[in-house]
Design a protein around this ligand. Sequence first.
Ligand SMILES: C[S@@+](CC[C@H](N)C(=O)[O-])C[C@H]1O[C@@H](n2cnc3c(N)ncnc32)[C@H](O)[C@@H]1O
Length: 279
Amino acid sequence: MGVPDNTSVEQFPYCDGGMNGSMLRTNEYLFDMRYFWYNYYMMQPDNSQARTAELVEGGSWFNYFQKKSNPFWDRMMYTARMKRFASYYDGFHERYLRPDDGPLIELGVGFGATAIPLIDRGFSVIGIDNEPRFFPFCVHNSQFSEHPERLTLVLKDLYDPNWHRDFLKRSIQAVVSYGVLEHFERNHLINTLIPQQFAIAKTIIAMIPVLTENTLQTFKATSCPENNVDENGIYRNFWTTGFWRETIFKGHEILGELDVKGSGGSKGGPWDMTIFTVQ
Ligand SMILES: C[S@@+](CC[C@H](N)C(=O)[O-])C[C@H]1O[C@@H](n2cnc3c(N)ncnc32)[C@H](O)[C@@H]1O
């Protein structure tokens, strides 16, 4: 699959660096090193520096998504994606957020599967990711929306201790994430990634697969729900909705929780998720 022809570098300035061969070679090299560092940090008493969110077969989420699904949409795929979003979350965001109250930041925007339904609902979204090869796809996919100009893409590494600084005092309404937080290990979430989000905005909305029998069976994680690494090399934590509420988001108010049971298909079976609104 090639890069979409109709995406220019001007549309998104960061895509250039990600396309050249040296970046790809660097990623392959990092792939091996990631496993090394993962094992190294997991053995340490304080493993808060482990780059667990980047553990994935092939060394990159971009390669993984290209293999698992088609990240380059046509109109039918766009329509199917919008329907899927609506079936899970319709009305949920509007209960807490208003399009006129400032932009949203989406952590780990990927190819736009959740940013694009949000721009369709009137929100402005700043999608951040550390994988620049997603961005031309994201720009292409957003062209099916009537308001592609509401999506901005920014290259940021969530392990950079200062990634959030550019967004301070920018009237960001909320930081949203979908299938991202569970890839970070516990100490990093509690001590770093959640405080960084609250430094930017007063509200977090996060969709997370949660520990239930369905989820553990589908992800084959029964014997190791925390610090799980699946057959694709992906690191995830499976915690109950209560654990997220009481331990990970401790000290914050949970404004809303929506449990979505038996979603999936792409994982080969049902799994359960919770979407939290936290302040
Ligand atoms: C499971 S995917 C979720 C994609 C998207 N939210 C969706 O709903 O389709 C995780 C995303 O987080 C991004 N990511 C992983 N590590 C990151 C990091 N250190 N900084 C920024 N983004 C990261 C990946 O590139 C990928 O796009």
